[in-house]
Design a protein around this ligand. Structure first.
Ligand code: NIG
Ligand code: FE
Length: 408
């Protein structure tokens, strides 16, 4: 048992046992000044230092810093190979992302790198990014496949992510994203590729227990809503929960489809309008916003203010991937969310912690600092939580605590 002392400001994000906090409640962080936390793997007690229970505990001094729940980055593509720096240069010169994709670059560029990579190559990239994410305050991360696009390569990506999960302190959740792009072998017949996903990939992923979630990229130039729905319903039969990449490039009914299948989260939403927002709220689907992608691709930012006003569950994640958003730093994502989507610092913190956990169905286990939850906490060398966003572009993390152990 460890007593974490000398916490200048403890940001609990206390939800009083509820899995989410919507509307104005998103801003309630429930902070305690001069606090302490007693924890083994889970939190046993928290409160003002002066009231800390006496006992023969290990003591960790938090240096008067700010302690927040670890970030739950619920949308990443952290397992891949190769670099897209060359494409980045072309995009800076004005070539659109969709044009590069249509020419066989983009996701297919990374697919070629992945197909010629070894398991060790994939694990190295993945472990490097997960470890770096942790040093920037992430204690739980979701990782998607989607750069293999054939049976063996998709399985290899998920196995690599699972291998890394066994080696890092961060909690890793995996998602099968076979429908990320149509591979060149199926260029003329996307439905045949959907058949392959449903009939060959999904049963293998399920029988090896490689993924908790199934995701689909439903957007112009990728998969249509009908194809996405077919895959997600098949995945549900295998026990996988649904996620959707929706409304990033164009409005083709993706968010409505996500609501219809009861997706646990619907992600991106750069172009989503009122009817999509309403459908997602009514379905209780988490809206996972990825402002790093809008930043990198110079897309319009998702309408976070309308979503929060409508009572949607809004989460924030990195989307860390080699193409549309190459960062594993959630502190940067908070800054983008506040500056470019008009979120308050308090809303952004709730979205990146408790609501990230909700997007993974684990808000009963982590995402806030509450008695009984996992002791996943991050110490920032700051005076107050706002500094993490206000003083941007630097890493404020001084300590990372996962399941009660100091890991970084
Ligand atoms: O979430 N939108 C689809 N997939 C990724 C981008 C993948 C890539 O460009 O490599 C995303 O933005
Ligand atoms: Fe993504």
């Amino acid at each position: 048992m460890t007593l974490f002392t000398n916490i200048g400001q403890l940001v609990t994000v206390d939800a009083k046992g509820a899995p989410v906090k919507t509307g104005a409640h998103m801003s309630e962080l429930h902070c305690i000044a001069n606090a302490a936390v007693l924890a083994d793997e889970t939190i046993q007690w928290l409160g003002p230092s002066a009231e800390a229970p006496a006992g023969d505990y290990d003591v960790v001094d938090c240096g008067g810093g700010v302690v927040m729940p670890g970030f739950v980055d619920s949308h990443t593509h952290m397992v891949f190979a190769g670099s897209r720096a060359g494409e980045f240069a072309r995009r800076l010169a004005g070539v659109p992302y969709a044009q590069i994709a249509a020419e066989g670059g983009g996701i297919l560029h990374t697919m070629r790198s992945v197909r010629s990579a070894t398991a060790q190559d994939l694990e190295e990239v993945c472990q490097g990014l997960v470890t770096s994410a942790m040093r920037h305050g992430t204690t739980t991360v979701e990782i998607k496949s989607g750069y293999g696009l054939d049976v063996d390569s998709e399985l290899a990506l998920l196995r690599a992510a699972r291998a890394v999960a066994g080696r890092v302190p961060v909690s890793v959740h995996t998602t099968f994203l076979g429908a990320h792009a149509v591979p060149p072998e199926y260029k003329q017949n996307a439905d045949d590729y959907v058949d392959l996903v449903v009939n060959n990939m999904l049963p293998r992923v399920a029988s090896e227990g490689l993924a908790e979630f199934c995701d689909v990229f439903v957007d112009a130039g990728f998969f249509d809503a009908q194809q996405g729905e077919r895959i997600l319903r098949a995945a549900q039969h295998h026990g996988m929960k649904s996620k959707v990449h929706a409304d990033e490039i164009a409005l083709i009914g993706a968010s409505q489809m996500a609501a219809r299948v009861g997706a646990i989260s619907c992600d991106h939403l750069e172009h989503t309008t009122a009817d999509g927002i309403d459908a997602l709220r009514n379905a209780g689907t988490v809206c996972t916003l990825l402002p790093g992608t809008a930043y990198t691709l110079r897309l319009p930012y998702p309408d976070a203010r309308s979503m929060i006003a409508a009572g949607n569950i809004v989460a924030l994640a990195t989307d860390c991937n080699p193409g549309s958003c190459f960062t594993e730093n959630m502190q940067t994502i908070l800054s983008l969310a506040c500056i470019n989507m008009g979120m308050s610092v308090e809303e952004a913190i709730t979205a990146a912690t408790l609501h990230g956990a909700a997007a993974l169905g684990i808000a009963n286990q982590c995402g806030s600092i509450e008695v009984g939850k996992r002791a996943d906490m991050v110490v920032y060398a700051c005076k107050e939580y706002a500094d993490v966003v206000y003083h941007f572009g630097v890493n404020h993390v001084s300590n990372v605590i996962i399941r009660g152990r100091v890991v970084a």
